[in-house]
Design a protein around this ligand. Structure first.
Ligand code: TRP
Length: 326
């Protein structure tokens, strides 16, 4: 049987640097390096994104922005399925079944549940179960995730085990996960990069905004020359530079810093120029898709047709096991 990979990003805006480096680029590299018999399920997690209210137009635009970002990087081959979560009704159906097998007391141990306790909607609490259903519905072997999603995959594995034990049969595959960056990617203020914290770098933004984001990366007032090299290594700017640029560029920067030949301001300018140059092709493609939403719709519809068949088959099998198809 073909091995299957999955990954998804919430449609809460244009995916930012942290999404690109922890999810999109690793996925692209797996697709190009791994045996062609592997299948890749790549989807827009629009159902997850509505756990935080977005008005109608914002949500629609965010779905397109998410799609355009993936499409600016993806090369389509037969083994890549690109689709939208809410198009696959069976995800929601499986979601209910999974809910009925996972103890609520365990769910309450999740970090989402602990973190923003006021005003939690039920969707936020059930977020990990919906993720489990994204994954288990397709018998996925490997989930590509950022470090922050690890707990959710542990829950997915646990649910699969609980159900397999209960039915004394391997109803679900227990998925593994792949984490490219084993640390949290910082935003321009040093906290975890996140849309909701307003600290992102968006490589697809117009030049002026992109420049603003880079120039706003938090640095000290001290000149770089007066700072010990080991401390420079811990600065947000240095970390982001390391994540974003390639080896050659990063080595060049390190030499410049060690030889006292560059200050914070010019490092930022270099980073800005690097992004514009390095992602010129993706930026062009992104705008092409954003301006041709009908093409995005067509691509997503094609993805839906392929994935829908697999989903229907699995749900039929699960209903049979549960006893719902009399
Ligand atoms: N929660 C993920 C995020 O960080 C998105 C997501 C939803 C996902 N379902 C998934 C990722 C299943 C991998 C597999 O936005």
């Amino acid at each position: 049987m073909n091995k299957k990979f999955i990954t998804g990003i919430q449609s809460s805006g244009t995916p930012h640097i942290a999404n690109i480096y922890s999810i999109i680029l690793p996925t692209i590299s797996y697709i190009s390096k791994i045996n062609k018999n592997y299948l890749f399920f790549i989807f827009i997690a629009d159902l997850h994104s509505i756990t935080n209210y977005q008005n109608n137009n914002t949500l629609k635009n965010n779905i397109y922005k998410n799609a355009a970002t993936w499409l600016s990087f993806l090369k389509f081959t037969k083994n890549v399925y690109f689709y939208r979560q809410s198009d696959i009704k069976e995800i929601n159906e499986l979601f209910w079944y999974l809910n009925c097998f996972y103890p609520f007391n365990r769910l309450k141990l999740c970090h989402v549940f602990k973190s923003n306790k006021n005003n939690l909607n039920t969707g936020v609490i059930n977020y990990p179960i919906l993720m489990a259903s994204d994954i288990l519905l397709f018998d996925i072997n490997n989930v590509i995730i950022g470090k922050d999603q690890k707990q959710h995959i542990e829950i997915t594995r646990k649910i699969a085990k609980i159900i397999n034990n209960k039915f004394k049969e391997n109803i679900f595959i227990i998925p593994k996960y792949k984490i490219r960056y084993n640390y949290i990617i910082p935003g321009i203020d040093g906290n975890k990069m996140s849309k909701s914290k307003n600290n992102i770098i968006n490589i697809f933004d117009d030049k002026e905004n992109l420049k603003k984001q880079i120039m706003n990366i938090k640095t000290t007032n001290k000149s770089i020359k007066s700072i010990n090299y080991n401390k420079i290594k811990n600065t947000i700017l240095f970390k982001l530079y390391k994540i974003i640029t390639n080896k050659e560029e990063f080595t060049y920067l390190k030499e410049k810093i060690k030889n006292n030949k560059i200050g914070f301001y010019n490092i930022k300018i270099k980073l800005y120029n690097y992004i514009l140059y390095f992602y010129a092709k993706q930026r062009k493609k992104y705008y092409y898709y954003i301006n041709n939403k009908n093409i995005i719709n067509k691509i997503l519809y094609n993805g839906y047709k392929k994935v829908n068949k697999i989903a229907k088959k699995k749900i039929f099998f699960i209903k049979e096991k549960i006893g719902l198809n009399i």
